[in-house]
Design a protein around this ligand. Structure first.
Ligand SMILES: C[S@@+](CC[C@H](N)C(=O)[O-])C[C@H]1O[C@@H](n2cnc3c(N)ncnc32)[C@H](O)[C@@H]1O
Length: 218
């Protein structure tokens, strides 16, 4: 049986150089976001974005939901993966970086596929369940303490064969460190275990950047 290659600094540099195809709009968005200071760490990695785009395409997803927009990198990649008729609804509880996000969505000609909602993730998702909304693919990348809630709500918002993708499931490696027991680490560690034992889904925990949990509802 082959074993997991250890992802050391050399491999990370190699992945960042060869595991991603350079793209001017994405580079400019990353560059402008980096100028915001430490909050820029919230942005997904470009290699993750590329993965989101491909999964959106090959799953033929038509309607997508995202919780956690920030400056709109993940939204942009998912929108790119959608057909002309496809749509992504993006929720964030802050409008602080919406205009920056919109600037790049416009530049990439994907704005028509994006609906932005400013609101609390749980409240908006609950009201979508009440109105019997359904999505083909949901990307979760907001406040970690609510990850278990977003996971449960998402299962109510996708049909059988629907996809959930959750970012930061390796939490900078802390989930594997027994000495890390802060509440965010424990929440993510517990959610990984819950997903592993959840008979409602199939999954793959991918060590792409900070870890993506890739989930299919049975
Ligand atoms: C990690 S960032 C998202 C990064 C984004 N996916 C990207 O590609 O750049 C997390 C976002 O979740 C938002 N957020 C935090 N708590 C939230 C909540 N309760 N409901 C909705 N959004 C929330 C924050 O405002 C922040 O923009």
């Amino acid at each position: 049986m082959s074993t997991q290659t250890e992802i050391n600094k050399n491999i990370v540099q190699y992945l960042q150089k060869v595991g991603y195809r350079d793209d001017k709009i994405i580079n400019d968005l990353a560059h402008e976001t980096s100028k915001l200071g430490s909050v820029s760490q919230m942005q997904i990695a470009k290699e993750q974005g590329q993965f989101l785009e491909i999964i959106t395409k090959i799953s033929n997803a038509n309607s997508c939901l995202e919780i956690g927009r920030f400056t709109g990198m993940s939204t942009l990649f998912i929108a790119r993966g959608l057909s002309e008729k496809g749509k992504i609804i993006s929720i964030d509880n802050s409008d602080e970086f919406l205009s920056l996000a919109k600037k790049y969505w416009d530049m990439d000609n994907v704005s028509a596929k994006i609906e932005s909602i400013i609101g609390d993730g749980i409240e908006v998702m609950q009201s979508m369940i009440d109105r019997q909304h359904s999505f083909d693919l949901i990307f979760i990348d907001a406040d970690k303490k609510n990850y278990p809630n977003y996971y449960e709500l998402s299962l109510n918002l996708i049909p059988s064969n629907g996809i959930i993708i959750i970012d930061n499931m390796l939490w900078h490696g802390d989930v594997a460190n027994e000495n890390k027991n802060d509440s965010q680490t424990n929440t993510i560690r517990d959610l990984n275990l819950k997903i592993q034992n959840d008979n409602r889904v199939e999954f793959s925990l991918l060590p792409l950047s900070d870890g993506l949990s890739f989930i299919r509802k049975k």
